[in-house]
Design a protein around this ligand. Structure first.
Ligand code: MTE
Ligand code: LUZ
Ligand code: MOS
Length: 748
């Protein structure tokens, strides 16, 4: 089954926030942001803007009826700055006008005087000055201090990975429409409808039941709308509330790039110790996370960095410390992988240094230290049904790693100006929100008396195909054709208290809730059918749109059964709640069992480098990925390919450059380059791990959204190998991304 939105997308029929027909009296909002990265606001002159044609209102912090506070985990972020600004483009005023153009012209007429303060953009400088979002956290096991003495090889170093712009095709936006009772309906491009509802209620000082948030689909989120859609929805809501008319606020691409946070850049120190035969005995890391000016989701992201500090490897002695550092940049936020990729880049860097020192290839060390069942992670979860070795072995067989490596060696022996590099990239990614409480979901299922079905859940469709999967789940449980089932928009009035669609768990959690709701209806219909047909209930099954008794098809079919059930006053609606069993985490001890399970996989990457130009090509990527028994192999293949490309983009070409004054310099698509089809690997082979049934999963499947992103890290290390093959003497620091310019500077 493929993603059924594809049909609408290719014909241009899919609706996004800006496509909804807005009421005739809809006004348009634009946002005035700070011109400086840190300072006090001395005065705001908005008289000229107010007189601009079409302008209806300028909304400032003082116009907030409730709390001027949008922070979710830590309440440290104002909706509109009143006295101080902490990053360039921080919202200060909302202009409401008759057209979007008039609103933006008026924004330019607002004049703000500031008193500038010192700007920090570097997380290590922030840490030195004590500018932390929250106290540092440390995960540890064993005792690294004594373990170093038992190591034959100990190396250390630093690694730094850059930010990443989400570049969802649909920019942030919201349409806010007032209801008769002073409540609001919001059409928001958010991954977290409940987050929007909660914050709008807080800012407007209204009960949550007066705020209805509706989400049909997003033109991409990638984490950028997990927390950061809220601000724009709240501004639209506040503006509508103040002018008493509908307000639409949709960011332009340039505004979105300037005003929203990105993936967190990290700068880290590492130290690794091994025996002479390559067993890793000890690992230490300190991560300096560049959080930007407010907490946003930074502490949760930092936590996932700690969870993934040793990637796919068992290490008996570990000490990993993480600091979330406050800088004067737009608050950074969730992005596919959520701190996991940053951690994995550091441990892979440590292994690369150790391999160099020991005169072996990194695969030798990687292969020796992969997780096995029974191994304890530094945070105490015991590996169970671990498949990282199976993935590695299947890769060795399917893609013939030895041959790939030999080809690279031979090519390098015969070429002087073009070199190739090869690497393996194993990925072990924990599935569940690390905040245990978020691992819950609800579903509301209605069967109509014509046999058609409508499903509502908390899941947001953002291109990842969750709606196709939910449809599939209901079709399987009810035993009917998927075409009878429609997945309705995500609406806070139909399903309440939802977690954001994130952590790769959206399909799992909401799929389980859908399954449970459908099972209730199925049970009622079976009871009803057993009365109608006068047979024992246990003999009745539903499949292929038919009712079966002892596996014999009856003349009574699904549609007729639902109609008869309605006339017999059988309830055809059900609500269900799912919460992931057996997960827990104790933050005081930093131990527990936070993940329902892990997703596993391995990528083998070959990169070809033109050593004169510094340009390179990802020649091939071979992947073996554990999907369990996929709910939808086509959707999952799309997720693997898309995530890989996004990961390669992060590592190789996407360079988020800020000036020392905190100004985003890579602020357009001409200065910020993301991978296109020409940058895709020349050969991409994806193998789904065989015999990988996962009974604990939703219909034995596994989550897919984020894990394959981290395969992209392999391309960085393959390129480094190619550089080393050209010039062994050059120092290639562990700094991503590897733009062609930076490659050329290193090797020439
Ligand atoms: N795929 C598309 N096409 N668009 C997206 O925005 N987001 C990713 C991933 N795949 C995304 C995507 C991220 S960050 C997550 S967490 C998951 O989808 C969320 O969906 P799921 O939990 O249903 O897998
Ligand atoms: N969001 C979140 C996430 O709130 N908690 C998580 O653990 C997480 N993991 C991945 C992506 N988003
Ligand atoms: Mo994804 S970063 O969990 O939205």
């Amino acid at each position: 089954m493929k993603n059924h939105d594809a049909n609408l997308h290719v014909r241009g029929l899919s609706r996004f926030v800006d496509d909804f027909l807005a009421p005739d009296n809809t006004l348009h909002a634009a946002v005035k942001g700070s011109a400086i990265a840190h300072g006090a606001i001395m005065s705001i002159h908005h008289e000229k803007a107010e007189k601009h044609p079409g302008v209806r209102k300028i909304v400032l912090a003082k116009d907030v009826p409730g709390e001027n506070q949008i922070g979710s985990i830590i309440q440290d972020e104002q909706l509109l700055a009143d006295h101080e600004v902490h990053f360039i483009s921080q919202p200060i005023a909302i202009v409401v006008a008759e057209t979007p153009e008039q609103a933006r012209e008026a924004v330019a007429l607002i004049d703000i005087e500031y008193e500038e303060k010192p700007v920090i953009t570097d997380p290590r400088v922030a840490a030195e000055k004590g500018q932390l979002i929250a106290p540092a956290r440390t995960f540890s096991c064993g005792d690294t201090d004594t373990a170093w003495g038992k190591c034959d090889v100990v190396v250390s170093g630093t690694a730094a990975s850059g930010g990443q712009e989400h570049l969802y095709l649909e920019t942030q936006g919201c349409l806010a429409v007032l209801k008769e009772d002073g409540g609001l309906k919001l059409i928001s491009s958010t991954q977290g409808p409940t987050a929007v509802q909660r914050i709008v209620a807080r800012v407007l000082d209204l009960p949550m039941h007066k705020i209805e948030v509706d989400v049909l689909r997003l033109g991409g989120g990638f984490g950028g709308k997990e927390d950061q859609a809220t601000a724009w929805a709240t501004m639209a809501a506040l503006a509508a509330y103040r002018v008493g008319q509908p307000v639409k606020l949709v960011l332009r691409r340039h505004e979105d790039m300037l005003m929203t946070g990105k993936r967190h850049p990290y700068s880290s120190d590492f130290k690794i110790g091994l025996t002479k035969d390559g067993k890793i005995l000890a690992y230490e890391a300190i991560y300096y996370q560049n959080a930007g000016a407010a907490a946003d989701l930074s502490t949760a992201i930092l936590e996932r960095t700690l969870f993934h500090s040793t990637n796919s490897y068992f290490i008996p002695n570990v000490k990993a410390t993480a600091l979330s550092c406050r800088t004067n940049l737009p608050p950074n936020t969730a992005f596919r992988g959520f701190g996991g990729p940053q951690a994995m880049f550091v441990i892979e860097s440590a292994i690369a240094v150790a391999a160099e020192k020991m005169g072996v290839t990194p695969e030798v060390i990687q292969a020796k230290n992969l997780w096995q069942d029974g191994d304890a992670t530094p945070y105490g979860q015991i590996m169970h049904e671990c498949r990282i070795k199976s993935c590695w072995q299947e890769m060795a067989e399917k893609s013939n790693i030895k041959k790939l490596q030999q080809n690279v060696r031979e090519f390098n022996a015969n070429n002087t100006l073009v070199k190739k590099g090869f690497t393996m990239m194993p990925v072990t990614f924990g599935i569940s929100f690390t905040n245990t409480a978020l691992n819950q979901a609800g579903a509301l299922v209605h069967v109509y008396n014509d046999g058609s079905v409508s499903i509502s859940t908390g899941a947001v469709e953002m291109g990842q195909g969750v709606n196709s999967k939910l449809q599939q789940v209901a079709a399987r449980v009810l035993g009917i054709d998927a075409r009878r089932i429609r997945v309705d928009s995500t609406n806070t009035g139909r399903v309440a208290n939802t977690s954001p669609t994130a952590a790769s768990s959206g399909s799992d959690l909401n799929g389980h809730a859908t399954r449970l709701a459908c099972e209730q209806i199925q049970e009622r219909l079976q009871c009803f059918a057993s009365r109608l047909l006068d047979v024992e209930r246990s003999k009745i099954t539903f499949h292929d749109d038919k009712i079966w008794v002892d596996e014999m098809p009856q003349s009574l079919q699904w549609q007729e059964l639902t109609d008869k059930a309605y006339w017999a006053r059988v309830s055809l609606s059900a609500q269900a709640h799912y919460s992931t069993p057996n997960i827990h985490f104790d933050k005081n001890k930093e131990k527990g069992h936070p993940f329902a399970y892990y997703a596993y996989g391995v990528a083998a990457t070959v990169v070809r480098l033109d050593c004169i130009r510094g340009t390179y090509k990802v020649e091939s990527v071979d992947i073996v990925h554990d999907l369990g028994s996929s709910l939808s192999p086509k959707v999952d293949l799309g997720q693997i390919e898309g995530a890989l490309m996004q990961g390669i983009g992060w590592m190789m070409m996407e360079d988020v450059v800020f000036s020392e004054q905190g100004r985003l310099l890579a602020n357009t698509l001409s200065t910020y380059k993301i991978p296109d089809i020409y940058f895709a690997p020349e050969s991409l082979r994806v193998h789904i791990l065989e015999n990988a049934d996962h009974p604990a999963g939703l219909f034995h499947s596994k989550a897919i959204g984020e894990p394959p992103f981290m395969y992209g890290i392999g391309a960085w290390f393959a390129l480094r190998e190619a550089m080393k093959a050209y010039r062994q003497d050059v120092d290639v620091p562990f700094v991503a991304p590897f733009t062609p310019e930076s490659v050329l500077m290193r090797i020439s």
